[in-house]
Design a protein around this ligand. Structure first.
Ligand code: ZN
Length: 448
């Protein structure tokens, strides 16, 4: 049986058409609210807790990879965990408090307990002078350091009296443990896989990290409920080292990935942005470009560069997978990026739901794309006697349907895919897909 006979693209199509965007947006946003307070890093209990929560909604396999495991040129690092951290004045007042924001601690900070004057504390403080109320997000994964990320106003308060001694404490541990990642695998009729990958290593940041995670969970829940042609893999792993770990442990499986998207920064109110795969013109690249072009909304397409998220690993020359990045405003291009202002106000239910809907449209193209042969290639088949041609000449909708039918018949020579036909005809993929299904029902088309 072909994809069509089982009604799979139709089911997916129905799913997207009937998707209640308001409800979907609320669900995605509520999940972000739940995950927001957790202090995540590239290893440790924050990632575990995050995976435990999303594992309550989708079938998630969690994997623990021991510290020291060789992963290509890298090694799985030690595990970082933190319980508390503060800078306290002589009155016992916590001027900087981890309990108020987990961004206050340099992520991966070594433990420290000391009494220090401002001049001694100063080299370990990070702030943003041009945004005096924002806390920067800083990490020190691979060189041992400790530090506090504070607002510029907090820095000024600390600097007020150079003779004050502050109690400084970071109650953290860096020791042998594990790197944790989670996968949700949805088998399809084909072993070829579509990968959705998002990083789960950022602490309280919404657009960069949680928007991708939460949209991916909703997407996985939806796709789990429909018949699928492809198999789908959702990977929730710490950035860089997590993707490298997955690729190192799954080198053979990676070859099954036919299409993939890294999802990041897809919850802000900006326009959609698509960063092409390294190969640049693969089916996923063309499917996303088609969906964005047909959306009629402003969007941006950018070429691959080896700077960004985990596409850097998936598109490294030894893998060179067809994986692009879907974002709204890309990383580094919004002022709130990597600061405490990337918070629950920066993301909103409407753009989150819109991102989900567009990804579903992309999945619809991937699932429905195929190559066909016109079984009656010598001149046009007589459509009228099959009820496929309006007798008085078509108008409006009927005319558009006829056009799609004629394009599919003409270009179905075994070398054009339906996506090729949609591009060449400038008709929406869904119309081309529908025309192909109709023609197949009338035995005028057979799948290659
Ligand atoms: Zn980031």
């Amino acid at each position: 049986m072909s994809v069509l006979d089982q009604g799979s693209p139709l089911t997916l199509e129905t799913l997207r058409r009937d998707l209640d965007l308001a409800t979907a947006g609320k669900e995605i946003y509520a999940r972000i609210e739940t995950l927001y307070p957790i202090c995540r890093s590239i290893t440790g209990n924050g990632v575990r807790e995050t995976l435990r929560i999303i594992g309550g909604e989708i079938e998630l396999q969690t994997r623990e990879v021991p510290t020291g495991t060789r992963i290509f040129d890298w090694t799985v690092p030690q595990e970082w965990n933190i319980r508390d951290a503060y800078v306290r004045d002589p009155n016992g007042r916590r001027i900087v408090d981890f309990a108020r924001s987990n961004l206050h601690v340099l992520n991966y900070s070594a433990p420290v307990e000391a009494r220090l004057r401002f001049s001694e504390l100063q080299p370990h403080l990070f702030s943003i002078p041009e945004h005096p109320d924002w806390i920067p997000y800083k990490t020190s994964y691979y060189s041992r350091n400790w530090g506090f990320c504070i607002t510029e106003r907090q820095r000024q308060a600390l600097a007020a009296d150079p003779n004050i001694e502050y109690d400084v404490r970071i109650d953290s541990t860096i020791e042998d443990g594990h790197l944790t990642f989670g996968e949700c695998f949805l088998p399809g009729r084909e072993t070829g896989e579509v990968l959705f990958s998002c990083h789960v290593c950022h602490p309280s940041l919404c657009n960069d990290n949680l928007s991708g995670v939460s949209v991916a969970v909703s997407l996985a829940r939806l796709l789990a409920g429909v018949p699928r042609r492809y198999s789908y893999r959702f990977l929730f792993a710490p950035g860089t080292v997590g993707a490298i770990t997955w690729l190192a442990l799954n080198e053979e499986r990676a070859a099954r990935i036919q299409h993939g998207l890294v999802l990041a920064c897809i919850g802000d109110r900006g326009n959609m942005t698509y960063k092409r795969s390294r190969r640049g013109h693969t089916e996923i690249d063309r499917a996303v470009e088609h969906v964005l072009a047909r959306s009629g909304q402003p969007h941006e397409l950018i070429d691959f560069s080896p700077y960004g998220y985990d596409e850097r690993q998936y598109c490294s020359p030894g893998f060179n997978l067809a994986v692009g990045v879907l974002s709204r405003t890309p990383h580094g291009r919004f002022p709130e990026y990597h600061t405490s202002a990337d918070n629950l106000e920066l993301v909103a239910p409407e753009p989150l739901a819109d991102s989900l809907s567009k990804i579903l449209a992309v999945v619809e193209v991937l699932e429905g794309n195929a190559r066909y042969v016109n079984t009656n290639p010598k001149c046009e088949p007589q459509l009228g006697k099959r009820g496929l041609y309006a007798s008085m000449g078509g108008h409006g909708d009927a005319r558009a349907k006829e056009e799609a039918v004629l394009w599919v018949l003409n270009l179905s020579d075994g070398s054009h895919t339906l996506l090729d036909i949609a591009e060449q005809s400038r008709l929406p993929f869904a119309s081309i897909r529908e025309a192909a299904s109709t023609l197949q029902r009338h035995q005028l088309l057979s799948e290659c």
